[in-house]
Ligand binder design. Sequence first.
Ligand SMILES: C[S@@+](CC[C@H](N)C(=O)[O-])C[C@H]1O[C@@H](n2cnc3c(N)ncnc32)[C@H](O)[C@@H]1O
Length: 167
Amino acid sequence: MAHRLFEGKEHAAAYWKYRISPSDHLIQQVLDFLEKQVGAVDVGCGSGQGTVLLANHFASVVGTDVSPAQLEEALEHAKRPNITYRQCVAEELPFDDSSVDLVTAMSAFHWFDRPRFLQEAHRVLKPHGCLALLNYSMDMELSCNDGCSHSLNQVCKEVLMACFGQE
Ligand SMILES: C[S@@+](CC[C@H](N)C(=O)[O-])C[C@H]1O[C@@H](n2cnc3c(N)ncnc32)[C@H](O)[C@@H]1O
């Protein structure tokens, strides 16, 4: 049973607007694991911030998500011809066995039926392919382009203190 907490056009639009993208540095660290960069699949892609970053490095990138609203938002921002989107659950990916170089799940793995997704990722990945599970941690520094990084990090620290009593 997929989690359906990311539905609704407004939610998807807010997601695209406010979601913090993974850094180029992080994407580069993932790429360093790969021998080839032909096909990538971004599972639980949401509104596609991470999918778009992968498209700079792969011949073809497919973003997949269970939520039609998130995919609709992602499509509005997919300006590159090598990006496509598919609606499906993470546990049943519409790709052939051994056909994909990289599978990513960015801030999404915790929502999946993890044993089934891992089996599915194993099935679609080529030998020596890479599965990258990216997520935020408590110990993180965020950056944003409009000069508010310091304030943003302060707010996050205050929230962490309030929720968990730690920075
Ligand atoms: C926290 S969002 C992350 C979106 C995006 N990867 C990002 O980093 O901004 C999690 C996404 O996973 C999707 N999702 C949750 N469970 C899923 C499942 N079982 N199969 C496919 N997508 C799923 C949700 O619809 C949502 O778009």
